[in-house]
Design a protein around this ligand. Structure first.
Ligand SMILES: C[S@@+](CC[C@H](N)C(=O)[O-])C[C@H]1O[C@@H](n2cnc3c(N)ncnc32)[C@H](O)[C@@H]1O
Length: 191
């Protein structure tokens, strides 16, 4: 995984749309298999906010970021709330990677609303809907397909933009998976 984080993971996240200088929020980052490549992509002018409720995983991430001399990783330990403690329209990219299946429908809706709020108008939401019916179904996704997840995000004022598939990180190894990107619908209050 160390090699993936520094090489193919970096290429993959570039393909997904991460760019130098961006502010990226990774909600449910664990020990940071996506944080490390994201931090390499956004570079010294960008920041990757690493949000999780598990201190142990965040400690591991802190060590890894230090070992890679990545000063652009900001670690945020939460108590598990769905509210994202960020200013409105302040973030370029929100990642919900392999995390939405922990949440029931109501809380997922809150997370989409929060992503909608914190994202800049030209920002995007990037989702890895792991553990749906097609892919090792568990927890709240046991009966949902990735199309169902796509639809519920579209119903939260996002539109689907693009899908990126490849050999990507899951837990501590690689698997074939697909990332779905969404953009905010136009602000209908603006004329
Ligand atoms: C399966 S891991 C995915 C890690 C990472 N996103 C990845 O794809 O490699 C899910 C992570 O989400 C975190 N998580 C679950 N519920 C959470 C919540 N309510 N608030 C913050 N983190 C949460 C867990 O602690 C865990 O580290």
């Amino acid at each position: 995984m160390e090699t993936w984080e520094k090489e193919d993971g970096v290429k993959f996240l570039r393909k997904v749309g991460l760019r130098p200088g961006q502010l990226v929020l990774d909600f449910g980052c664990k020990a940071g298999h996506y944080i490390i490549p994201a931090a390499f992509v956004v570079g010294s002018k960008g920041i990757v906010y690493a949000v999780d409720k598990e201190q142990q995983a965040l400690n591991k991430l802190q060590q890894k970021a230090g070992a890679n001399n990545l000063k652009n990783v900001k670690i945020i330990k939460t108590s598990g709330q769905t509210a994202l403690d960020f200013e409105s329209e302040s973030i370029d990219v929100v990642l919900f990677y392999d995390v939405l299946h922990y949440f029931g429908k109501h809380d997922r809706k809150k997370l989409y609303q929060e992503a909608q709020r914190v994202l800049k108008q030209d920002g995007f939401l990037s989702v890895y809907p792991k553990h749906t019916v097609e892919d090792d179904p568990i927890q709240e996704f046991a009966k949902l397909s990735s199309n169902d997840v796509r639809r519920e995000i579209e119903n939260s004022d996002f539109y689907f933009e693009e899908k990126y598939c490849g050999a990507i990180s899951h837990d501590d190894s690689l698997n074939q998976g697909c990332i779905l990107n969404f953009r905010k619908n136009e602000d209908h209050n603006c004329i």
